[in-house]
Design a protein around this ligand. Structure first.
Ligand SMILES: Nc1ncnc2c1ncn2[C@@H]1O[C@H](COP(=O)(O)OP(=O)(O)O)[C@@H](O)[C@H]1O
Ligand SMILES: [Mg+2]
Length: 238
């Protein structure tokens, strides 16, 4: 069988919590394909399974059945699961959360450089990589600032830099624009699109944010644990 080489491929994924009478089937039939360089939206009402799907995608929890490959590697296949989930998360997945969760006593550069340092890159190289991303995200002038000195939009850009710094093939963003005004929310989406293309990253954005929904070319709706794909309003790039 040919293995898709990059991006995200999910087939017939399900997730059950608990067993017996109290079991909850949070995901019933999830199918999703995200190409390298693509940003897709994931939307759905409360309780529909968004967080459960993000946890499976992020290798934070194990699915119950189905198949999932990330960045060309099979992570889960009907009960079989990759052994070293920590290494997998470190190498394959970048997380961008709503609250940026920056480390308050490290400056902006070291907040971004910490992950590659922990992965064993020499400090100088890790900082150089952090600065390159801060430049790409237009916050290089804040490189020596502490997180508390940043605006909300700047914090979110730093959080995006941190999500990208280990060059993961997959980025999972949970409500990344929720605290931002329209202009900054659209700027964050533009940046995510540019980063996806520049680094061949597959990005999933979970959102309720009406402001950014028109920016997606493709969306997945999830209802009662079942995904439905639909075309978004944004035009495909030439
Ligand atoms: N740890 C858990 N144990 C039992 N049920 C859970 C757990 N987490 C989520 N659920 C249930 O799974 C369903 C989907 O929840 P969730 O994935 O959090 O949806 P969403 O993020 O879209 O609100 C809900 O019915 C929820 O109550
Ligand atoms: Mg949730």
């Amino acid at each position: 069988m040919t293995e898709p080489h990059h991006g995200i491929h999910i087939q017939g994924l399900s997730k059950r919590y608990g067993s017996g009478d109290t079991a909850v089937l949070a995901l019933k039939d999830v199918n999703m394909q995200v190409a390298p360089g693509e940003v897709v939206g994931l939307i759905g009402p409360s309780g529909s399974g968004k967080s459960s799907l993000l946890k499976c995608l992020g290798a934070v929890t194990d699915p119950t059945a189905g198949r999932m490959t990330l960045g060309g590697q099979t992570i889960y296949d009907n009960g079989w699961q990759v052994r070293d989930l920590r290494a997998l998360r470190r190498d394959k997945i970048g997380f961008v959360f709503q609250a940026p969760y920056l480390i308050p006593f490290l400056d902006v550069t070291d907040n971004v450089a910490l992950l590659p340092m922990l992965a064993g890159l020499p400090n100088g190289q890790a900082r150089a990589r952090a600065l390159e991303l801060l430049r790409a995200l237009d916050v290089q002038h804040r490189a020596r600032a502490m997180p508390a000195q940043l605006s909300g939009g700047e914090q979110q850009r730093v959080a995006i830099a941190r999500g990208l710094v280990n060059r993961p093939p997959v980025i999972l963003a949970d409500e990344p624009t929720a605290p931002l005004d329209s202009e900054r929310a659209l700027a964050v989406m533009r940046i995510l699109g540019e980063m996806a293309r520049a680094y061949h990253t597959a990005i999933v954005v979970v959102t309720h944010d009406e402001k950014i929904i028109p920016t997606f070319r493709r969306l997945y709706h999830i209802r009662d644990g079942v995904t439905h794909e639909e075309a978004g309003q944004a035009r495909p790039l030439a």
